[in-house]
Design a protein around this ligand. Structure first.
Ligand code: URP
Ligand code: ZN
Ligand code: ZN
Ligand code: ZN
Length: 495
């Protein structure tokens, strides 16, 4: 029969395969209904002209409308930047309001209200847990998993507000093992960070650059080794978020080589930016006369010192150690009293007062495509694994992240190599609500030409630009992870 949409004449990439340009994809009712080697007819036809056709991107680590980030992106302004960057699904965090507030279910309901009719792409939620008491672990998490399809939890080993003890992490891991929930862990040694922070403060070393000195690589290395040990103890998989250290990634690699199910995430900032950007007198062009501009690059873990470190993270992208590539979009406006400028107190800079995090939803997919796939550093399949199919598997998005019959018709279509005129990025080209991008000045050789969400064109770069509205995005209930699970060790103690 007649399809709503037919896409053809491109290299169709899924995590394990590339199908030739003779492939036709037939879409009806927002779903992929047929993949054919012979022509299909449709009401609308998209000719990819030999470019790559990939599953829509999944950005599984973003922060939107978080109450603790008043000058950040809202659901509306953050997701507005998703389709133009090839992303069709995001997973932001619903956050426990305070350690004393145990009503995580109400917090999630509030996020539902905030997100509904304010999202340009599909979305799910992770929850952040800062106080793993019985009420949350035994009553609320099972309810959130069953009724809301929230099957992942983030915990922190650092930040005074969120930091958990090792024993609390063990409690959550055991609870998650029983419930089949994926655990995301922010791994940095909090005592090292507090200790160095105090020493820097005594010496009045508080410029933005000292943010990176205060969170050294060893803090990540130690905490990574520790949380892997905790995961082995409970015999349950974990995902270590936003990894920036080659050494820590080597520890993950070692666990993976021993068939221990440890997953790793990294982000564009750890592939493309060094701590040089935090300095006023840095070697690139963005800073002009504003000595505080380094604050734009404050995120945790911090940008690392050398290109050699960045190369180490690239190696982990190439060799399979890294499981998912997310943005950790956690921005705040620079020129705003509650944004990055909050770190200037009476004209004196203090890195500790600068909200942490960078914008990056829109630039994530194009950066890795241009600098990874088009340069030959990674294959197109590896790219799809990192940006689409692994996040879908890890987080139980069972209709997303691949191109197969019965799945949601979510796609990103790239220009055939050489067709798009290369350009240098400026913030005015982006669709978020933030007044800068850390990737301004980067040259792009490609960009999403079309982004398609459940069969609708939501981004057409050459004809109309953003076609989605803020009621386009739908909430996605997730199932459990299909990545390797626990082996059930010590069940006589734990069950
Ligand atoms: O600096 C960052 N990444 N802030 C966001 C919160 C987090 O730890 O992911
Ligand atoms: Zn984190
Ligand atoms: Zn600079
Ligand atoms: Zn984050």
């Amino acid at each position: 029969g007649q399809f709503d949409l037919v896409i053809h004449n491109g290299l169709v990439v899924v995590g394990s395969d590339v199908m030739p340009p003779s492939t036709y994809i037939g879409i009806k009712g927002g779903v992929i209904e047929q993949i054919s080697a012979t022509p299909l007819t449709g009401k609308k036809i998209i000719d990819a002209e030999g470019g790559y056709i990939m599953p829509g991107g999944i950005d599984s680590h973003v922060h939107l409308s978080q109450k603790n980030t008043p000058a950040g992106d809202t659901f509306e302004s953050g997701t507005r930047s998703a389709p133009p960057g090839g992303t069709t699904t995001v997973i932001p965090f619903a956050i426990q309001n305070s350690k004393e507030d145990f009503d995580l279910v109400s917090a999630v309901e509030e996020y539902h209200t905030v997100a509904k009719n304010s999202s340009y792409c599909d979305y799910g939620f992770h929850v952040i847990i800062s106080n793993p008491n019985d009420e949350i672990l035994k009553t609320q998490l099972p309810l959130l998993a069953q009724q809301h399809g929230i099957t992942s939890v983030k915990v922190y080993t650092t930040y005074p507000r969120y930091r958990l003890s090792d024993e609390q992490v063990l409690e959550i891991l055991l609870s998650n093992r029983k419930l089949g929930i994926t655990t995301m862990i922010h791994a940095e040694n909090a005592d090292i960070i507090d200790f160095i922070g105090k020493k820097l403060e005594e010496k009045k070393l508080t410029d933005p650059f000292y943010h990176s000195e205060s969170r050294p690589k060893v803090a990540e290395d130690e905490a990574t080794y520790r949380v892997i040990s905790l995961s082995k103890m409970i015999d349950v998989p974990i995902l270590i978020v936003h990894m920036s250290s080659e050494t820590a990634l080597a520890t993950v690699r070692d666990a993976q080589n021993n068939l221990v199910p440890i997953f790793a995430e990294t982000c564009p900032q750890y592939l493309f930016l060094t701590a040089d950007y935090l300095k006023h007198q840095c070697s690139h062009h963005v800073h002009k006369d504003d000595p505080f501009e380094g604050a734009k690059y404050i995120c945790s873990p911090p940008l690392r010192q050398s290109q050699a470190e960045l190369d180490g993270v690239w190696k982990a992208i190439q060799n399979g150690t890294v499981t998912v590539f997310s943005s950790d979009h956690a921005p705040t406006i620079y020129d705003h009293p509650l944004g990055k400028k909050a770190g200037l107190v009476n004209g004196i800079p203090h890195y500790k007062k600068v909200p942490n995090g960078l914008p990056g939803i829109e630039t994530r997919m194009p950066l890795l495509f241009c600098k990874g796939v088009e340069t030959g550093r990674i294959t197109a399949q590896r790219y799809v694994e990192l940006c689409c199919s692994n996040p879908a598997k890890l987080y139980g998005l069972d209709k997303k992240g691949t191109i197969a019959v019965g799945k949601d018709a979510d796609f990103v279509i790239w220009y055939p190599k050489g067709k798009m005129a290369p350009f240098v990025l400026s913030n005015s080209m982006l669709h978020h609500g933030i007044d800068y991008s850390p990737f301004e000045g980067v040259e792009f050789t490609n960009w999403p030409r079309y982004t398609i969400l459940r069969g609708c064109v939501v981004w057409d770069r050459d004809n109309g630009g953003l076609m989605a509205s803020k009621s386009t995005g739908q909430y996605v209930k997730r199932t459990g992870s299909s990545m390797p699970g626990p082996m059930g060790k010590l069940s006589y103690i734990f069950e």
